[in-house]
Design a protein around this ligand. Structure first.
Ligand code: 5GP
Ligand code: ZN
Length: 114
C-alpha cells in the first residue's frame, strides 16, 4: 500500500532498526520504545489490522509463522523471564498505524496490564 508507513519501512523507503527479516515478516525496533525491549513484528504484505485477516485462511500460515517467531525473538533479546505481546486493533483498541503489527515488549517498565 503506497501511503502506508510500515509498507515503506518494509520497502526500505523509511529507515528502521531492523532485527529480523524473512520472506513473510519484518521485525524492527519501535521508534519510541515503551520498555527496555520493544520490537514490532509486521507481515510484509499489507494487512490493515486483525479485522482484515482473510476468513478463508489465506493468512493462516503467515500468522502461525509470526506467532512462533515471537518467543525466538524474545530469547534473542535476552528476555529469558518472559515477554509481553500486544496487538492493538482499530482506533478503539489504540491502533495508530493501520498495518497489522505485534508489539513484543520485555524487560523493565512493561506497559499494560500487570
Ligand atoms: P499502535 O498504537 O498502532 O499499535 O502502535 C504503533 C507503534 O508504531 C507505536 O508504538 C509507535 O511508537 C510506532 N511507530 C510509529 N511510527 C514509527 C516509525 O516511523 N518507525 C518505527 N520504528 N516505529 C514507529
Ligand atoms: Zn502497509
Amino acid at each position: 500500500m503506497s501511503d502506508c508507513l510500515f509498507c515503506k519501512i518494509v520497502a526500505g523507503e523509511i529507515p528502521s532498526k531492523k532485527v529480523y527479516e524473512d520472506d513473510k515478516v519484518f521485525v524492527f525496533w519501535d521508534i519510541a520504545p515503551k520498555a527496555d525491549v520493544h520490537l514490532l513484528l509486521i507481515p510484509k504484505v499489507h494487512i490493515a489490522s486483525l479485522n482484515e485477516l482473510d476468513e478463508s485462511g489465506e493468512h493462516d500460515e503467515l500468522i502461525a509463522h509470526a506467532m512462533k517467531l515471537l518467543p525466538r525473538l524474545a530469547k534473542e533479546q535476552g528476555l529469558d523471564n518472559g515477554f509481553r505481546t500486544i496487538i492493538n486493533t482499530g482506533r478503539g483498541g489504540g491502533q495508530v498505524v493501520f498495518h497489522l503489527h505485534m508489539h513484543l515488549l520485555g524487560g523493565n517498565n512493561l506497559p499494560g496490564f500487570e
